[in-house]
Design a protein around this ligand. Structure first.
Ligand code: BDP
Length: 713
């Protein structure tokens, strides 16, 4: 009821009296711990849904059963699939098949034809695949739609299903920005579940429950400390903390999740007493080699290091006149003997810039720094690129680095934490935004060069596995994990999308709502409740966008904490985040002819589309162009009138979200209802503040009245 179990709560199916025959026995072959997790998850889920515990058995028994295992190790599993069918399953994919097999002896002795010979098999090449298959079956039984499957919550019959699923992305990762003092940089759901008071948590149960949530949506990599590595976290790679790191790694390992550490680039100085961290200095390289040996002795399957260098006052190779391939490769060589990876962030820009030099436009920075290094990185280096060129705004164009790097392995970085999208006080279901990014066509190699094909490696390098998606976590120690209960949908949706970017925002919302609220409502699976909640989620990004910074210009938030309106908050600071509003107009000229040239970083036709106000999409107009307030949008509205209209409507729509929730009262569990209501009430009020601050600012700047004469102060 608190939301702690999230989409894994597996509520009791009141229509089914007892455990259906086909799931009374789980036959699992092998001692592998991930397989054991798979079996116990299945046992737990079935027990919870049907009120009776299935047995786990190592050998087949003379009843129907669910067989779990890998093709190489479980003969019962292997015999159900042809060689071709087995070969179609990738390293972490799965195949589920429910079949009917004649079993006359059994059905005669039990006098029940319904249950005779019904078997389900969940198979993979690896135990991780089996684990993901188990979660798929549980989703199915819980009533979440998945691909082409229909919910069968009311059926006691074996699900006659035949499902093959392979993850599109080899790396499906989450970054934690947790600090060891227990705080979380940009955390909106309480403190860290990993640390408190500069020590590791002793609450391994909580970590295990987190591992379950992540594995259930296919996440298999996790960095456990902030990319900004302070003195105390610098010591994570020392004896002081490595035993703790090993304990945490063990919890996640059982769920197929590999741990990564964010490291301090200046560690050789801070820990090793060297006078330099120059990547080309042999003593520095040697220091890292010894360090890697120590780290891998403690955690042999550590995924590797995440590095934020030369960014926002963090140390890096620039201090020594070296480029980022020098820095990344030196670390990569140290990790290479252990199979470790270096995940190197491209969020590199000058946060002390001088706007008079237009070529320092922050939007250009990642491309300018990394495009020239394409092809220079080692096999175990992966570049991590934020979805947009700035910083997780409600609306940004896609980073032009995607597609431009042809010979470099990459990860796309999203932010699940709602730093700039309402900080988990406002409802903002981000899956539609992520979908737009993934479906964007870069034209890097002609039509169809979508971001999803680039980040999965399919476009440039189909054989490589060091590709995928990563996102900044939105969870904390709050009982419901995400502060706003409905923000759980973003964590769920991120995982599902990283597995299958072809799922739609609608399908994912549908699954999440059914899994989370499915048995609440007027009837089992209450249709009205489901579609109403789903619509709230699907509207929410657009609602949030409408009452905040307009037409892609971004920012306009309070400096530092980034919550709430402050139109000029960053306007005269050095951070490079401007809107250039004056009495004539607004927007950033990023064209090649008269502006910063950022628009020229894209492939054609995107470049041409962005370069001209005639073709630039309305929602990005002010990102690319400085225009008068009277500029006519494609929508037929002027810029100023668009600002007024969207802000008045946005505040109304935020109030409507609250009213919709209120209309569901009585259908929802009371505790869940109350916690969400409080946030939606706050959002409705706060949206009014956004509306008034933005409208007033632009009315005063422009002197142009609202055509509809609504109150602007
Ligand atoms: C920004 C955050 C800052 C992070 C930085 C990053 O405001 O706290 O350290 O991104 O990604 O969004 O490194």
């Amino acid at each position: 009821e608190s939301g702690y179990a999230a989409w894994l709560h597996y509520s009791r199916n009141s229509k089914v009296e007892k455990l259906p025959a086909w799931c009374r026995v789980i036959v699992v072959h092998g001692t592998d711990e991930v397989l054991q997790s798979a079996a116990s998850e299945l046992q737990h889920g079935l027990t919870s849904m049907f009120g009776q515990q299935p047995k786990i058995s190592a050998v087949p028994v003379n009843t129907p059963f669910i067989a779990l295992g890998t093709f190489p190790e479980h003969p019962l599993v292997a015999e159900r699939f042809s060689a071709k069918e087995q070969a179609e399953v990738s390293a972490e994919g799965y195949r589920i098949r429910g079949i009917e097999m004649p079993d006359p002896a059994y059905s005669a002795s039990h006098g029940n034809d319904d249950i005779k010979g019904q078997y389900v098999t969940i198979a993979g090449q690896t135990s991780k695949g089996v684990l993901y298959g188990v979660f798929h079956l549980l989703r199915y039984l819980q009533g979440g739609l998945d691909g082409k499957l229909k919910p069968t919550t009311e059926s006691v019959h074996v699900p006659i299903l035949d499902q093959l699923s392979n993850p599109a992305n080899s790396i499906r990762m989450i970054n934690h920005w947790d600090n060891m003092d227990g705080s979380i940089e940009r955390g909106y759901a309480g403190g860290s579940i990993f640390y408190d008071n500069n020590a590791f948590t002793t609450n391994m149960e909580r970590l295990r429950d987190y591992a379950r949530l992540l594995a259930s949506v296919g996440i298999q990599a996790l960095s456990i400390n902030n990319v900004n590595v302070h003195q105390v976290e610098t010591e994570l790679i020392t004896d002081k903390f490595l035993p703790d790191v090993a304990k945490v790694a063990a919890v996640f390992r059982a769920y197929g999740i590999q741990i990564y550490l964010s490291i301090n680039y200046a560690s050789p100085i801070q820990l090793g007493g060297l006078t330099t961290a120059d990547p080309l200095e042999p003593a520095v390289a040697e220091w890292w080699q010894t360090k890697a040996q120590e780290v891998y002795a403690a955690v042999p399957d550590l995924g590797g290091f995440v590095v934020k260098a030369d960014s926002e006052n963090r140390p890096g190779p620039f201090s020594y006149g070296r480029h980022h391939a020098d820095g990344a490769n030196m670390l990569a060589d140290a990790l290479q003997p252990y199979g470790g990876r270096v995940i190197w962030r491209c969020f590199v820009y000058n946060c002390k810039q001088d706007w008079r030099d237009r070529k320092t436009d922050r939007a250009r920075a990642a491309f300018d720094h990394f495009k020239p290094l394409d092809g220079l990185f080692r096999e175990n280096v992966i570049l991590q690129i934020k979805n947009g060129p700035m910083d997780f705004q409600v609306r940004e164009p896609v980073s032009p680095l995607f597609g431009a790097l042809e010979s470099t392995q990459i990860l796309l970085e999203f932010q699940i934490a709602q730093e700039y999208t309402g900080q988990q006080k406002h409802l903002c279901y981000l899956v539609p935004q992520w979908k737009e990014v993934l479906d964007f066509d870069t034209y890097a190699q002609g039509k169809g060069s979508t971001i999803k094909r680039i980040v999965s490696g399919a476009l440039h390098s189909p054989k490589h596995t060091n590709y995928g998606i990563v996102a900044v976590s939105n969870i904390g120690a709050d009982t419901n994990w995400t502060g706003h209960l409905l923000a759980q949908s973003n964590l769920y949706g991120y995982g599902r999308l990283a597995w299958d970017p072809d799922l739609s925002a609608d399908e994912i919302a549908d699954e999440w709502v059914r899994l989370t609220f499915g048995r609440q409502g007027n009837s089992d699976g209450g249709t009205d409740l489901i579609s109403t909640l789903k619509q709230m989620l699907l509207d929410s990004w657009n609602v949030y966008e409408s009452y905040t910074a307009p037409l892609g210009v971004g920012w306009m938030v309070s400096p530092d904490h980034h919550y709430g309106p402050d139109v000029d908050g960053y306007e005269y600071s050095m951070w490079g985040t401007y809107h250039f509003a004056d009495c004539w107009g607004i927007g950033v000229d990023r064209t090649t002819a008269t502006g910063t040239g950022y628009a020229g970083q894209y492939f054609s036709p995107n470049t041409d589309i962005y370069e001209s106000t005639d073709t630039c999409p309305d929602e990005l107009l002010l990102f690319f162009h400085h225009v008068p307030y009277t500029h006519l949008l494609h929508s037929g509205q002027t810029v100023i009138q668009h600002i007024y209209d969207t802000h008045f409507e946005g505040a109304e729509r935020a109030a409507h979200l609250r009213d919709t929730w209120v209309s569901l009262r009585g259908q929802l569990n009371a505790a869940m209802y109350e916690q969400v209501l409080e946030r939606l009430e706050h959002q409705a009020e706060h949206a009014k503040e956004w509306r008034d601050r933005i409208n007033t600012y632009f009315y005063r700047k422009s002197g142009i009245a609202d055509q509809k004469d609504r109150p602007i102060y």
